[in-house]
Design a protein around this ligand. Structure first.
Ligand SMILES: [Zn+2]
Ligand SMILES: [Zn+2]
Length: 342
């Protein structure tokens, strides 16, 4: 079968022929229907330092945001989405059934083979059945939506708050949609030269969009806020310096929730943060129990979230898909292995 792999610890990804995997104990084979290209896949392609941890697993098939059809096990024949974080099953937390606390994880599409291929082998317990009404394109967004859900949880109650979302990618789009749904008084989204993602956000009903390519964040947000500070800022850019800009626009006692994976450290003047009693919080993986909730939410929010997916390409055109994503010409690109077989 054709698979998009990282085959050496350097920049680049290659479409290579590999054998169809076989399911091991407590695993199932999934026939992949659609898999999204994620920002972290672009980092793996570029080989940025924050993804060097996958080096020992090379060669590895990437792709971790996907929907497919389970071939065996209790969900055989059903469409499933798959939690990409694979717990070890043997540490103290796993043995006690507290899988969310597992410290020895492997990542499907990072440190074990992923879904930019027609078939992927996954643990049975990672599969979550997809409701019939939900399209493959929406279901493929489940993993990023759970990341957005966790960001909202980390922030706390957003009702009535003035919210800035920095970074208009899939995570930022999801955060914006969930914040509005949770009653935020205002949602402003900033990006840098992100026209395709702003188009998606407009289609989702967001008009307060700021392009920091042509103006400062402070200047660009002023027409929407009248210069009032934000109560809450979500960072989904992966650009560390945006944290400094966020804190400058945040009110006293306000909160910044950081979700980006940052390729380098940040030098930050902490004194204003201390004097203004501002909170800086990291947000990462949601509990496993969020997955069915995310699928239900997507059913309710289908019309709002649908514009997030801008391109659907066969797997054989993976390099074109990555070029679109790298070049910021896409909102979200999905690769479909079955289309690639034709
Ligand atoms: Zn991802
Ligand atoms: Zn464990």
């Amino acid at each position: 079968m054709l698979a998009l792999q990282k085959i050496r610890p350097a920049a680049g990804l290659e479409l290579v022929e590999v054998p169809v995997p076989e399911a091991g104990t407590d695993e199932v084979l999934v026939r992949v229907r659609a898999a999204g290209i994620c920002g972290s896949d672009l980092h793996v392609d570029d080989w940025t330092p924050s993804y060097a941890f996958i080096a020992p697993s090379i060669p590895v098939t990437i792709g971790h945001e996907f929907v497919g059809v389970a071939q065996d096990g209790p969900l055989a024949g059903r469409r499933v989405v798959v939690r990409p974080s694979v717990t070890c099953g043997s540490c103290a937390a796993c043995s006690a059934g507290r899988h969310d606390a597992c410290e020895r994880r492997r990542g499907i599409g990072m440190t074990r083979d992923g879904a930019f291929a027609p078939w992927v082998r996954v643990p049975q317990r990672n599969c979550v059945p997809v409701p019939d009404g939900l399209s493959d394109a929406m279901a493929a967004l489940t993993e990023p939506l759970t990341i957005s859900m966790q960001a909202l949880r980390t922030a706390g109650d957003v009702a009535g708050l003035r919210v800035l979302v920095m970074g208009p990618g899939t995570i930022g789009q999801g955060i914006a949609a969930l914040a509005r749904r949770a009653g935020a008084a205002q949602v402003v989204v900033s990006g840098c030269d992100d026209a395709a993602r702003f188009d998606a956000l407009r289609a989702m009903g967001f008009e307060a969009l700021v392009d920091v390519k042509t103006q400062s964040l402070a200047e660009g947000t002023r027409p929407y806020t009248g210069g009032a500070p934000f109560d809450l800022v979500f960072e989904a850019t992966g650009v560390p310096e945006t944290i400094t800009e966020a804190l400058a626009l945040l009110r006293r006692n306000g909160t910044v929730v950081v979700t980006g994976i940052h390729a380098r450290p940040l030098t930050l003047d902490l004194t204003p943060l201390v004097r203004n009693q501002q909170q800086l919080r990291g947000s990462f993986r949601p509990p496993e129990s969020d997955w069915p909730l995310a699928l239900a939410l997507m059913g309710e929010m289908d019309a709002v979230l649908r514009p997030m997916v801008s391109h659907v390409l066969p797997l054989a055109r993976a390099h074109e898909g990555f070029a679109l994503a790298h070049g910021k010409q896409a909102s979200k690109v999905l690769l479909c292995p079955e289309a690639g077989d034709a």
